[in-house]
Design a protein. Sequence first.
Length: 268
Amino acid sequence: MSRIAGVFSALRDQGRQALIPFVTAGDPSPEVTLVLMHTLVEAGADIIELGVPFSDPMADGPVIQRASERALEHHVSLHDVIGMVRRFREINQNTPVVLMGYLNPLEVMGYELFAQTAADAGVDGVLTVDIPPEEGGDFVPTMKAHDIDPIFLIAPTSHRARIDRITAAASGFVYYVSLKGVTGSANLSIENVREKVTEIRRSTTLPVGVGFGIKDAQTAGAVSAFADAVVVGSALVSRIEANPDEPEKAIAEIKALVGEMRAAMDAG
């Protein structure tokens, strides 16, 4: 059983849902990322989504776009991000790590080399925004051959046949984008999200995570009432942006927010 499947199985037995925080690797600097990853676990994270910095992050809003820019100022590459996971695994062997990014760096590295290197470092899943299942002919089997879960996005506009195609290619979990737009977008309708998650469940037994628009503990708690996982990104990354010269303060604020979300989810 993979680390991702193991976490969801254990949480299901406990009647709990996964909290998946996102941060961009190398933001605000490479040396802070490892500390931040361990802090997220301490605060209640079940899975970490680690962003690979990219020059044109089309699915991300301004907050995460600027996080990529800050990381790229430090020349953080895909190889560097994998190295961060490798160092994380020296202490933590249990918390799954999912890399979130875009196709170009993987194409440059090559699917086989990426999969082998990432798996050796302890990467558990990869969410590549601009590889739809229809174009994943080489990508999906290569990831699965190295026990890396390919995780795909489902949009609010995805119809039933499309959802069936996405869930057939995915493993680990599926990620429902709860809003039309980019990360950090406006407030979401909890009832609309609930209805879509119910629809997705008709197509798959995989856990369903919900992200985009999760900004506070109240929203995280509300979504966790019907989703298997809550993904939060911009609300955390904005703390780093607000404290550019005080990473310790940013980490403390992120830890507090993740802890509040974890408590709200468990209370529900």
